[in-house]
Ligand binder design. Structure first.
Ligand code: PBG
Length: 332
């Protein structure tokens, strides 16, 4: 017998064999594209911290939906920059709110495209926090329980405007239960919830806050988002609670620095679809390095997306969604 009997390189020599035995495959339907909508006419405002991404007025947003509707993406997730912010983020639960108008427009243009509404308050409040702020506890901060009914109202309004999936991102305790209750009561028991169940207080969100104009005016989000140093067990508790409250899909965010967490959640809850958010910082770091000629954007992006899927996420929210579809089809 020639040595060695097992040669793992045998499956690596030929491109066709590598393709044949590849376990992790990216598909357009894995991707959800985040889009930012704002007021105005004919606005396609580049987001300087996120090259290639834009704040779009509704007319431009419609054109964008036209362009992407046949890419077979998993869907789009909408973030709104409202014309007026106030203490309770009332634009977010107005049926004439910016996201509600965008949902109706997208539904008209692309009846079959999955529309996800991000349910949170930071883009809509004048203080930039993810809920109602008061100082009941002696320190100004987000009042968890005062925020819940408003979140439910927001979710119902999004569903009424045509959202197919509600994605609460504010890390309030009980948010999934409150939204589930609100949706069910309003006749939307068929609308699933994709919970940002495991969301860390991460510096990787930096570029997004310029995109969504949602930087907190005081303090930070560490009193509600998770500590990056927390053990995977805490992530599992978050996921378990949200599932018990009726979450249909569990999201882990950010993705790349938390692949261990994606894997842990996937293993603990087999059969539960896992989403991962490949966040703004993960995107912009690569864009910046690629602009300097230091890395190959396409190769890094596809490798990152593959790693996220391999870790256990079948749904990836990514700013590369459109590019990735083109790259997977073989365009340079
Ligand atoms: C909150 C929200 C954030 C992101 C998505 N939803 C920002 C935050 O928590 O500060 C970040 C997404 C990204 O960085 O790409 N509504």
């Amino acid at each position: 017998m020639s040595y060695p009997a097992t040669r793992l390189r045998r499956l690596r020599y030929l491109p066709a064999v590598r393709e044949l035995v590849r376990e992790t495959r990216l598909e357009p339907s894995n991707f959800i594209l985040p889009l930012f909508v704002r007021d105005g006419q004919n606005v396609r405002q580049p987001i300087s911290s996120m090259p290639g991404q834009f704040q779009l007025s509704l007319d431009q947003f419609e054109l964008e939906i036209q362009r992407i509707k046949d890419l077979k993406l998993g869907g789009v997730i909408l973030f709104g920059i409202p014309p007026h912010k106030d203490a309770v983020g009332s634009d977010s639960y107005s049926d004439e709110g910016i996201v509600q108008r965008a949902l109706r427009a997208a539904r008209r243009v692309a009846p079959d495209l999955l529309l996800v509404a991000d349910a949170c308050f930071c883009e809509y409040t004048d203080h930039g926090h993810c809920g109602v702020v008061n100082d009941k506890t002696g320190r100004p901060g987000v009042d968890n329980d005062a925020t819940l009914p408003l979140l439910a109202r927001q979710a119902v309004s999004f569903a009424r405007a045509g959202a197919d999936l509600i994605a609460p991102s504010g890390m309030m305790d009980g948010m999934v239960g409150a939204i589930r209750g609100g949706l069910d009561e309003a006749g939307f028991s068929h609308v699933p919830i994709m919970s940002y169940a495991v969301k860390y207080a991460s510096a990787f969100y930096g570029p997004f806050r310029e995109a969504a104009e949602s930087t907190p005016r005081f303090g930070d989000r560490r009193a509600y988002q998770m500590d990056p140093a927390a053990s995977a067990d805490q992530a599992l508790r978050e996921a378990e609670l949200d599932l018990a409250e009726g979450a249909d899909i569990i999201m882990v965010k950010p993705a790349l620095a938390y692949l261990d967490i994606i894997r842990a959640v996937h293993e603990r809850f087999p059969g539960v679809p896992i989403a991962a958010y490949n966040v703004s910082g993960e995107y912009s770091l690569v864009k910046a390095a690629a602009a300097k000629g230091w890395v190959d954007e396409r190769a890094i992006a596809l490798e990152s997306l593959t790693a996220i899927k391999r870790a256990g996420a079948s749904i990836i929210l990514t700013y590369w969604a459109q590019d990735a579809v083109a790259w997977l089809r073989g365009s340079p």
